[in-house]
Design a protein around this ligand. Structure first.
Ligand SMILES: Cc1cc2nc3c(=O)[nH]c(=O)nc-3n(C[C@H](O)[C@H](O)[C@H](O)COP(=O)(O)OP(=O)(O)OC[C@H]3O[C@@H](n4cnc5c(N)ncnc54)[C@H](O)[C@@H]3O)c2cc1C
Length: 299
């Protein structure tokens, strides 16, 4: 195993070898990433991507790890966290540019400070703007990308800025090319009294405190809602609320939240998801699709 500083000359951020992904995902399962990197800034990220690509090593970006299930064998290649690339900028015409590593609530607060709003619905969605853009995160019938005017990507080592018209997205979906990293999004906001935004944030956090407080590590809703249906209702009709494989369980409080009751492995989580899908198909004829992204290798 070579010396990391020698392998990545000039890199100024943090590099960790064999870093357990259970430390970086909200479900708290998953094996090690060969390399876990936190670039110090955008130039550092570009340098690292170049070095990884030249070495032929696979790479992926992680946000807060709130929608990610890493298999027990871990991740070959590099996982890159953009947590240091987190600026918020006020643009002309009521727009805000948020960089990938910013947390959702930080962006809502930044907009609020400038009398702008319209994205209060992401206040309580845990994670980063990069993750929220990738997933088109949303709540109460809103999706973040409905506010997007432009998207900045690192694509084939180059920064590219795409206008909204060139971007295909939908419910929990954004079309990207393999290897694309989301760097920043520009959002068209609307003038909103900061007091009104404060109330919106308070209500959202309060609602989530009561509805989502499952008491154990989780990745939020495990399955997407099929068109015009609620995944949790389908899971309930199939009698799977509270169903358990090892220490992985469909939460009693919210049947679409998978929780880790302590010692669950990724294999338990994946086996549980398969059982739920089977039961829902048999009971309702509906095929559930995972919202949580499953990555990495089996043991
Ligand atoms: C308690 C709880 C409640 C939740 N409630 C909601 C909700 O109401 N609505 C909702 O939509 N979601 C919800 N979620 C899910 C999760 O919070 C969102 O999907 C969130 O947007 C994930 O952001 P993240 O930064 O954690 O992304 P991660 O989980 O780290 O990553 C998600 C995916 O995006 C990719 N990715 C991340 N950043 C980048 C980047 N910069 N460039 C390219 N790819 C990237 C990752 O590789 C991965 O495939 C909830 C989760 C929890 C635990």
């Amino acid at each position: 195993m070579g010396d990391l500083a020698q392998d990545y000359p000039g890199f100024r951020g943090t590099l960790l070898r064999n870093e357990s992904m259970s430390r970086h995902t909200s479900l708290k399962v998953g094996g090690p990433a060969d390399l876990y990197a936190i670039p110090a800034d955008l130039d550092d990220l570009k340098l690292l991507v170049k070095q990884l690509d030249q070495a032929g090593l696979p790479r992926m970006v992680i946000g807060g790890g709130y929608n990610l299930l890493v298999r027990d064998g871990g991740i070959r290649g590099a996982v890159m966290s953009l947590e240091c690339i987190n600026q918020r900028e006020l643009l002309n015409g009521g727009k805000v540019k948020a960089w990938a590593g910013a947390e959702n609530l930080q962006v809502v607060r930044f907009a609020q400070q400038h009398g702008l709003g319209g994205i209060g619905f992401i206040s309580g969605i845990p994670g980063t703007i990069g993750g929220a853009v990738r997933m088109n995160a949303g709540a109460y019938g809103n999706g973040l990308l409905d506010r997007m005017t432009r998207l900045t990507l690192l694509r084939s080592g180059q920064m590219v800025v795409l206008p909204r018209e060139q971007i295909h997205y939908g419910y929990r979906y954004l079309e990207l090319l393999p290897g694309d990293s989301i760097l920043a999004v520009e959002l068209q906001l609307t003038p909103v009294d900061p007091v009104v935004t404060e109330e919106e944030i308070r209500k959202d956090l309060e609602l989530r405190r009561t509805k989502h407080n499952v008491g154990y590590p989780s990745a939020g809703s495990f399955f997407k809602n099929p068109p015009d249906q609620a995944a949790w209702k389908l899971i309930d009709s199939a009698g799977m609320r509270g169903f358990q494989v090892g220490d992985a369980q469909m939460a009693e409080l919210h049947s679409n939240f998978m929780i880790n009751r302590g010692t669950a492995t990724a294999a338990d989580c994946i086996a549980l998801a398969a059982k739920v899908k089977q039961a829902v198909l048999a009971a309702t004829g509906v095929v559930l699709e995972e919202e949580v992204r499953i990555v990495g290798e089996e043991l």
